[in-house]
Ligand binder design. Structure first.
Ligand code: XMP
Length: 521
């Protein structure tokens, strides 16, 4: 298994011309049960040779096909003998490489919704309504089609909204079928991928485990050893269990207790990975070191930087003990890979690894083992379930890398972390014991060092504020504030005020994102 080649053949190869929606195309295809893989134009032929795709989709992109810096894609891709669907820029590239003509749109760039008038409601457009809404976003247009192509649908500003050459299986869309606003977009993709290209619809991340295990075995050989940082989060846990299945005790996991973890987290990791899975797990108590480095620091970004740096230092020091380990295991996911490609551009960046699990030591000269690098988050969860990981881990709420440091306003100190940990544990217990976490993205406590007056027993106290933050979200980009049933809220508040020493008041954060962020720092 090379790190770029996940070993799957067939499915859809998606060439990324720099589209903002490229990941979405991959998602939509996978939702049809068809394997899809994104590659940059420079690597398309190489990837196609290994992958033997049944269809190719050319994505949109921000450039002009006739610009000097237009991405270079080998037109040999059109000789593979498989159907090709060009979307927006992809259509323009297809036109340009099949003797058509592309020019700037006369009326300037065209963005937003438009109605699609279907001329030929079969094949690619079978079941697609005429007059339905599609979503356009382009500055250039196809001015003339090459031989063999015909118009399958028009829109008001665009005479070549959908074109096709049935005999060669080449199709083009001037709009984006992958976005939700394109009403029959899913149908069009399905028609292309399943009916025209004949792709198998049995892709299922849940039955991946054996193939992944085999790939790790092959990569590591009979004596290769792997060291990896285990955070206790979903990604590194699933990756570790997979790698462990493949090479057993030749996997060495390092768990760094930075003192910023939630209550019971370290013990949970020890119990699951050391006691249950019998992994070689090294737990490093670096609490004092992290707190020492964070002393006096109040700026959130500064806190993040320090925590990232110290993690790398500790991990490097500790992993030296495994001198035979020439491989570094990581829980890198597909969106991380795509982002690092898009951010750096070009084929060389595809071998650059994403900084995961609190930061990868950059100058560590090790080969990477990243068994999840072709999977999306929910696919990793499905894989974790297949591997037998408990739901409490696979479905757990996200927890930021800098941990409680970004929930402890101002300077991070033990006197604040301890009550925060207790309050957070109470909230989690009250939510989870009633199974109220479904539909919630995150629920946690925040320490606000603002003195406020209270009465405890018969005495007046002057203590800090505990904020309860509960949010729902799809992807953390936007979020709504949430609450719990009143009796549960009352119990959370009573328990925090009575059982935790340090708070005189409990408040509920009722800010949505935007403008508020999910975390307080
Ligand atoms: P915000 O606060 O930006 O958070 O609305 C969005 C999501 O990202 C998580 N988050 C982080 N995760 N390192 C992480 O690994 C960080 O520094 C960090 N900051 C925020 C947050 O928990 C939420 O899920």
């Amino acid at each position: 298994m090379s790190q770029q080649d996940d070993g799957v053949t067939g499915g859809v190869l998606i060439v990324d011309f720099g589209a903002q929606y490229c990941q979405l195309i991959a998602r939509r295809v996978r939702e049809l049960g068809v394997y899809s893989r994104i590659t940059v134009p420079e690597r398309a032929m190489f990837t196609a040779k290994h992958m033997q795709p049944k269809a190719v989709i050319l994505s949109g992109g921000p450039r002009s096909v006739y610009a000097a810096d237009a991405p270079a894609l080998d037109a040999g891709l059109l000789q593979l003998g498989v159907p090709v669907l060009g979307i927006c820029y992809g259509l323009q590239w297809l036109a340009q490489n099949t003797q058509g003509e592309v020019t700037p749109a006369e009326s300037g760039a065209e963005y937003g919704r438009t109605e699609l008038y279907v001329e030929d409601a079969q094949g690619l457009l079978a079941g697609v309504r005429s007059g339905g809404i599609v979503w356009m976003s382009h500055g250039d247009k196809v001015a003339q089609l090459g031989p063999g192509f015909e118009v399958l649908a028009k829109s008001d500003p665009c005479p070549f909204a959908v074109v096709g050459d049935r005999s060669r299986g080449f199709y083009g869309l001037q709009f984006h079928p992958e976005v939700q606003h394109s009403e029959d977009g899913g149908r069009i993709l399905q028609n292309f991928v399943v009916d025209i290209a004949g792709c198998d619809t049995d892709w299922n991340p849940g039955n991946l485990a054996e193939r992944k295990v085999k790939a790790v075995e092959e990569l590591c050989g009979s004596d290769g050893e792997v060291v990896m940082g285990l955070s206790g989060g979903v990604d590194s846990s699933v990756a570790a269990v997979l790698i462990h299945r493949a090479i057993g005790k030749r996997l060495h996991c390092v768990f760094v207790d930075n003192g910023l973890l939630r209550k019971g987290e370290r013990e949970g990791v020890e119990e699951l990975f050391r006691d249950h899975y019998k992994m070689d797990l090294k737990v490093v108590d670096a609490r004092a070191r992290f707190l020492g480095e964070l002393a006096g620091v109040v700026d959130p970004e500064q806190k993040r930087k320090i925590i990232g740096r110290v993690f790398v230092e500790v991990f490097e020091e500790e992993s030296k003990a495994f001198e035979k380990a020439h491989f570094l295991g990581q829980g890198t996911l597909y969106p991380d890979v795509i982002e690092s490609v898009a951010a750096h551009g070009g084929a060389t960046s595809t071998i650059k690894s994403h900084h995961n699990v609190g930061g990868l030591p950059e100058d560590m000269k090790m080969e990477l083992v990243e068994p999840l690098r072709d999977l999306f988050k929910d696919e990793v969860r499905a894989l974790g379930r297949e591997l037998g990981l408990p739901s409490s881990l696979v479905d757990r709420q996200p927890f930021p890398g800098p941990g409680l440091a970004v929930r402890c306003m101002g300077e991070v100190a033990l006197e604040k972390l301890e009550p925060l940990r207790e309050a957070d544990a109470i909230l989690r217990e009250e939510v989870e014991s009633r199974d109220l976490q479904r539909g919630l993205w995150q629920y946690f406590a925040v320490y606000v060092p603002q003195k406020t007056v209270g009465v405890k027993g018969d005495a007046r106290v002057y203590q800090d504020v505990c904020v309860v933050r509960i949010v729902s979200s799809q992807d953390a980009m936007t979020a709504d504030w949430e609450t719990l049933p009143v009796d549960v809220m009352r119990r959370v508040s009573n328990r925090i005020l009575n059982e935790v020493d340090g708070f005189a008041r409990v408040c509920l954060d009722i800010s949505s994102k935007p403008p508020g962020t999910i975390e307080w720092e």
